[in-house]
Design a binder for this molecule. Structure first.
Ligand SMILES: [Zn+2]
Length: 171
């Protein structure tokens, strides 16, 4: 997985600038603190402009939800993928509970707060963009030698047959 915690590269800044939700009395969520641990893509040459949040419960020290969010428009993600599937573009933009990741039963309530409260804060979204830019700065352009050979891209790849199909559809 090419997404790595921002904290690994910038521990001090992450310490100061990680958002935490404090839940006191909520019918849908266990009370406690939930830290939004940011992860960014470390694939050289990639510009996916997304963040993954590991929502870490202070009560159990467990990641209880994994939320994916992209701050650009759906159009941006459609172009980035070279695909016009609006559903896929919307999924990349999110915020969504990342499909395939383990999620607590109350994860949808956390997504709701992240979507309707946390990400409505423009200063916070600006901070995410800054963190992304700082992090990407440490990755640089495409490397000649990949440090991890087994690494799989999170970006869906088309088979040659699908590409041909697509070209036919366009023409
Ligand atoms: Zn990426």
């Amino acid at each position: 997985m090419p997404f790595v915690p921002f904290h690994d590269t910038f521990p001090d800044l992450a310490e100061r600038e990680t958002r935490t939700l404090t839940i006191l009395d909520d019918a849908k969520l266990p009370a406690g603190d939930y830290a939004l641990i940011e992860l960014y893509c470390d694939e050289p040459g990639c510009d996916c402009r997304r963040v993954f949040f590991w929502v870490l419960s202070s009560q159990t020290s467990e990641v209880v939800a994994i939320i994916a969010y992209g701050w650009e428009t759906p159009h941006f993600y459609a172009q980035w993928m070279g695909d016009n599937d609006p559903q896929m573009a919307r999924a990349l933009k999110g915020p969504i509970l990342n499909p395939g990741s383990p999620q607590a039963t109350f994860a949808p309530a956390l997504l709701d707060i992240v979507q309707n409260v946390v990400l409505q804060d423009e200063r916070y979204v600006a901070r995410l963009k800054t963190h992304y830019a700082m992090f990407r700065e440490t990755i640089g352009p495409k490397r000649k030698v990949q440090p991890r050979h087994q690494k799989k891209s999170h970006r869906p790849r088309l088979t040659n047959a699908q590409k041909r199909q697509r070209r036919r559809q366009r023409s």
